[in-house]
Design a protein around this ligand. Structure first.
Ligand SMILES: [Zn+2]
Length: 270
């Protein structure tokens, strides 16, 4: 009888164990599921964090591009200066065709200097408040000669000198750098002016007719573009007292006439 009892109690125990196992297994499963869910949650939150960081980074980059664009826009280049601030290859040069109108852009050949700290430092020209007229002080030299002299400073380190434009003896105009960069021509006014060097046949520094007409047209176009009147057209002499442009320092009436001619173009353009 005892054996039978024992066997029955054993049966009960195994039954209980089996029940326990039956209920333990799913419990373990739910624990595992919970753990997995926790892990997933962690992973998701990391994922979300990554996404947020990526979005922030993208937003920052987009913002930075817009800020750069804004500052570049602030750097001197009004809409009608298309082309003059684009980089050109300095070998053959790019020719910007003349535009019609009393203050239209004259034909410009771009022979940009190689960036270097002696003639083209690429310092931004943020605002244009005037146009400065110079003479090259080298009778009979051509626009290209003078442009090449500026280029040579990169090697010789002789001095710091350059100009945005050089008007040649045939009235040709060479642009040496974009108009949103400063030139080394007008001392303290480098920071807020565009410079124009003019070639001349004689020692007196007087411009010939073709140089004169091109210089007037170029100056008028720049004044019109930057919203300046002829009172903002000055000589190098007006900045430092240097005898430049020589003839137009010695002959005040000729200088007044030059400015009057620029103003006539501006008046015609309205
Ligand atoms: Zn000068």
């Amino acid at each position: 009888m005892t054996k039978k009892k024992n066997s029955s109690s054993n049966k009960k125990k195994t039954y209980k164990k089996s029940i326990k196992r039956k209920y333990r297994k799913p419990q373990r499963k739910t624990n595992k599921a919970k753990k997995r869910w926790k892990q997933w949650k962690e992973r998701i939150s990391r994922f979300e964090l990554c996404i947020t960081l990526a979005v922030l980074l993208a937003a920052f980059l987009i913002l930075r591009i817009h800020i750069m664009k804004y500052f570049r826009a602030d750097i001197a280049h009004p809409e009608n200066l298309s082309g003059v601030n684009e980089d050109s290859d300095s070998s053959g040069g790019k020719v910007l065709p003349a535009e019609e109108g009393p203050c239209g852009r004259p034909e410009i050949r771009q022979l940009f200097l190689t960036p270097n700290s002696y003639s083209r430092s690429r310092i931004p020209l943020k605002k244009v408040k005037g146009v400065v007229i110079h003479y090259v002080a080298n009778p009979g030299s051509s626009a290209v000669d003078n442009r090449d002299y500026f280029e040579s400073l990169m090697e010789t380190h002789e001095t710091k000198a350059s100009s945005h434009f050089i008007v040649g003896l045939s009235g040709e105009i060479i642009q040496c750098m974009p108009l949103n960069e400063i030139s080394y021509a007008s001392n303290s006014r480098n920071r807020d002016t565009i410079s124009i060097e003019c070639c001349h046949p004689g020692k007196d520094g007087r411009f010939n007719d073709r140089t004169y007409q091109s210089a007037v047209q170029l100056t008028a176009w720049l004044c019109y573009t930057y919203g300046l009147d002829s009172s903002k057209v000055i000589r190098h002499y007006d900045v430092t007292g240097k005898m430049c442009p020589l003839y137009y320092v010695r002959h005040e009436d000729a200088w007044k006439e030059f400015k009057n001619n620029v103003q006539k173009h501006l008046d015609k353009a309205g």
